[in-house]
Design a protein around this ligand. Structure first.
Ligand SMILES: Cc1ncc(COP(=O)(O)O)c(C=O)c1O
Length: 395
């Protein structure tokens, strides 16, 4: 009765973490610090609630799947500003499609990009390792074979696309890249993205670039894959995914978008006409306002920077600490991520994610996340500082 492809998916990392920590009791009298989930806890701007209330009259309307013209325009204008694109290159009607958060879009791109055969063979999806789990769900449920590309220190935590053999490339239907990456916070350069896009175009691959952490960075705004395109190429083969969840601290709003190749966007819309995961009308109105507003995003970045300052002060050179170029995670080398997660919960009431749960074990039995824990700096700076002091005492 149940699609057997589901069996090849692990339990989702949060379910695995509940299993790991289920029998562990945190110490009494300490406020637990949940740092396992990348769920921003900063205050969203008050105008979100105001706009939702002001648009209450349209809750009884089915929202347009492709978004209101105003919402698409706000997205196109933001992309143009953020990635310094020539005015008019992004056509809100051809290059942009709203999503109910990027996760559903990253899942659905699997259905969009996976034919039964690619060049006569079973299709393949390239996935960085470690990776955001929706990529695996997308590939598996669409019936693609998965190839995991190790992303470790040796390749600056970015998958080595040149390491993919020619036979696999011929079969590759889609390739996922995450920049800034979750969990490592690595940022791909424009050259890296150009190279990836060139590879995708030469091999007829859909390049899905997850940029949902694009607005959370240290000194320099991370480049986006749209910057790897040129005037007149119509963003061929490229889809970029963006979200308000991290940028505006509204993970509960479920609002994001996909942009890029006009043919792919048109097909994506057709797919979503059937799956109907459309963004509710009031949410579209609030989202348009959020994409047009920058001061709350700057305030967010200031808070994250203060937390990384605190982490640098408190952890110093221990645990392989480094300050990521983007995103809001610490990726700490603790030797054995599962053991560290258990100890942190048992001894300090801190919940972190073992790196192994965010990665796949390869044929040689090596899991690139095994030595690591991922620590999400999503709470208010004071709470993060207190928790990190407890963390270093335990580890
Ligand atoms: C790398 C990455 N991509 C996508 C998402 C999904 O974000 P959302 O669906 O809230 O836009 C997340 C959420 O944690 C993520 O870490």
């Amino acid at each position: 009765m149940i699609n057997p492809r589901l069996d090849s998916l692990n339990d989702y990392p949060f379910a695995r973490l509940r299993g790991l920590l289920g029998s562990v009791t945190p110490p009494a009298g300490i406020e637990p610090a949940v740092m396992s989930v990348g769920e921003p806890q900063h205050e969203p701007p008050p105008f979100v609630a105001e706009i939702l209330a002001a648009n209450a009259a349209i809750w009884n309307k089915y929202p347009p799947v492709d978004g209101t013209p105003d919402f698409r325009r706000a997205i196109a204008d933001w992309l143009t500003r953020r990635y310094r694109l020539a005015p008019g290159r992004i056509d809100p009607d051809r290059h942009v499609l709203p999503l109910s958060g990027t996760r559903e879009g990253l899942f659905m791109v699997g259905l969009l990009a996976t034919a039964r055969r690619k060049n006569g063979k079973a299709p393949v999806a390239l996935i960085p390792n470690p990776f955001y789990q929706a990529y695996l769900g997308a590939a598996t449920m669409a019936g693609a074979e998965t190839r995991f590309l190790p992303s470790d220190r040796r390749n600056d935590f970015l998958p080595d696309l040149d390491g993919v053999d020619a036979e696999t490339l011929v079969r590759t239907a889609m390739a996922f890249i995450c920049t800034p990456s979750n969990p490592e916070g690595a940022v791909a350069s424009v050259d890296y993205l150009k190279h990836a896009l060139d590879l995708a175009r030469r091999n007829d691959i859909v390049l899905a670039v997850d940029e949902c952490y694009a607005e959370i960075y240290g000194a320099t705004p991370p480049p986006g894959a749209l910057e790897a395109t040129t005037e007149g190429d119509d963003f061929a083969n490229l889809l970029v995914f963006h979200s308000l969840s991290k940028r505006s601290s509204v993970p509960g709003l479920r609002s994001g978008f996909v942009a890029g190749d006009a043919n792919l966007i048109a097909a994506f819309k057709r797919l979503r006409d059937y799956s109907a995961a459309s963004v509710p009308g009031p949410v579209q109105a609030a989202s348009a306002a959020l994409w047009r507003e920058e001061s709350h995003v700057q305030a967010n970045r200031t808070l994250y920077r203060a937390k990384f300052d605190a982490a640098e002060r408190i952890i110093g050179k221990r645990l392989g600490f480094y300050r990521p170029d983007g995103g809001f995670y610490l990726w700490l080398d603790v030797g054995d991520g599962e053991a560290a997660a258990k100890r942190l919960w048992a001894e300090a009431a801190i919940r972190v994610m073992p790196g192994a749960y965010l990665a796949r074990t390869d044929e040689a039995g090596r899991n690139p996340g095994q030595r690591f824990i991922r620590v999400a700096l999503v709470h208010k700076p004071d709470a993060v500082e207190t928790a990190l002091k407890r963390l270093v005492k335990v580890l």
